[in-house]
Design a protein around this ligand. Structure first.
Ligand code: B12
Length: 405
């Protein structure tokens, strides 16, 4: 996870960013609702749907098909507003009408679901005293709540979350006539963007960590009026990204729009016509090479691995040393540890947009309601990558600590 300063995680672990997950969800939702309000109209989408069909590549069609099935099956029950928002964006960028998603013999209106979920999540965030915005349209109320969170010194939101919030707030700014709301949004936006620019100057182009850069660049690229007349040295920031070899599809998906001067919110106003660009052929496999092929005679490394729970139920603290081929991912270490001592080191993962996420160790499962998760650290520092990406080095001590966020 991104750290506020290089090498320095907040005292009680990297996730003191209390409301990060929920805030990011809400920010996405607000932005998408707004982008929809201003960016498309029903006819445009309908016409585009007809035109786009033939032009799509097989990979694109397959993906679209899957997206619709998942949306129909789980948008209403299992998804957060942020997730629904991402599905809406994906459909829009494929020239599909998110209000009318048909699959598996059902039809759903994703925009209506998005509106409902956003309202619910805003209610949960608790926004006392939004007088100016109340009754002025759900998204304005939501934006006021978001702006307050962004400005609150206690909330300590990550760069990733503040970046998505900035996109959403900039969108609302262009749609509201209420002066009080505008003033608050201006303050929030100029604070976030100037903080990003300050951090970039101090850290040779880096804002957050390498994986927050995508969202931060998307935000800075579309909010220039809020930090004007200050200039953004975008070359410096882009060079950080150019010099990194991103491997995960999700990381690339966050960086790519920024590199072509766009943000996620532009998906709603993409031109839909017959010559919709074909999506590039998808790489056949996205699963990381776990280094399971140990070359005969190839070097191996020794990694110490601990699993620690002092938070809930019966406490435990087990350590093991395992040997894995050099260049292995951390997941391989977990697998070898489990093979050697399944009683202690059993674990489970779930596939997510960022790869495998460890959801349970030693039968102790993370839980969204309790806001618990398995955090991974090296020498006490939180890792900035997950187990499917991170490559441990010889002699390293990795700890999985049951924590709260
Ligand atoms: C909120 C958040 C979390 C929350 C998720 C809680 C929740 N139930 O919502 C918690 C605290 C659990 C979390 C944990 C971790 N996170 Co995190 N997280 C985020 C954040 C800020 C937003 C994700 C989100 O809500 N997206 C919006 C929703 C709509 O999309 P989604 O796909 O459904 O989101 C899910 C996944 O993103 C997943 N998830 C979240 N983090 C991670 C990390 C990994 C490695 C995986 C596989 C999945 C995953 O949880 C989300 C909710 O289910 C992103 C920032 C970003 N740029 O995307 C970082 C981010 C994805 N996390 C990151 C990291 C490094 C981690 C940890 C590995 C940190 C650590 N040292 O332990 C752990 C995961 C360890 C494990 N058990 O495997 C990095 C991933 C970088 C990378 N290249 O792998 C990111 C990009 C932040 C950053 N800039 O460094 N995270």
């Amino acid at each position: 996870m991104e750290k506020e300063e290089e090498g320095a995680a907040p005292a009680d672990g990297f996730y003191t960013w209390v409301k990060d997950a929920r805030m990011l969800s809400v920010a996405f939702a607000v932005g998408v609702l707004l982008a929809l309000a201003g960016g498309t109209d029903g006819h445009h989408v309908l016409l585009a749907m007809n035109l786009a069909g033939e032009a799509a590549s097989n990979a694109q069609k397959l993906l679209l098909h899957q997206i619709k099935e998942v949306a129909v099956e789980s948008a209403q029950k299992d998804m957060t507003s942020g997730n629904v928002a991402l599905y809406v964006l994906a459909l829009l960028s494929s020239c599909q009408n998110p209000r009318h998603v048909q699959a598996l013999g059902h039809t759903v209106d994703l925009v209506r679901i998005l509106q409902q979920k956003t309202d619910e999540e805003i209610a949960k965030l608790g926004t006392p005293g939004c007088e100016g915005a109340r009754g002025a349209g759900g998204y304005q109320e939501a934006s006021v709540a978001l702006a307050r969170q962004v400005l609150s010194p206690e909330s300590q939101l990550s760069v990733d979350t503040r970046a998505v919030a900035a996109l959403a707030l900039a969108c609302t700014y262009g749609h509201t006539d209420l002066h009080d709301v505008q003033d608050l949004l201006w303050l929030a936006l100029s604070t976030v963007t100037n903080d990003f620019l300050d951090e970039q100057e101090l850290r040779d182009g880096m804002i957050g960590n390498i994986y927050s850069m995508g969202l931060a660049l998307q935000a800075l690229g579309s909010t220039s009026k809020f930090y004007a007349p200050r200039e953004w040295d975008c070359e410096q920031a882009f060079s950080v990204v150019y010099h990194h070899d991103y491997q995960q599809p999700m990381a690339i998906a966050q960086v790519l729009p920024a590199l072509v001067g766009k943000s996620y919110l532009d998906a709603a106003s993409l031109e839909c016509s017959n010559d919709v660009p074909l999506s590039p052929t998808l790489e056949s496999s996205t699963s990381p090479n776990l280094g399971t092929t140990s070359f005969p005679g190839g070097a191996t490394i020794k990694v110490h691995y601990s699993v620690i729970n002092t938070l809930q139920g019966r406490h435990f603290n087990y350590t093991i040393a395992v040997h894995v081929p050099e260049g292995s991912r951390l997941l391989k270490v977990l697998q070898v540890a489990e093979e050697k001592e399944p009683e202690k080191f059993s674990f489970q993962t779930e596939q997510t947009s960022w790869g495998p996420m460890v959801v349970s160790i030693h039968k102790l499962a993370a839980n969204t309601n309790d806001r618990t998760y398995w955090q991974f650290l090296s020498s006490g520092e939180p890792l900035q990558e997950g187990v499917g990406t991170y490559k441990p080095h010889d002699g390293e001590h990795i700890e999985a600590v049951f924590s709260t966020y």
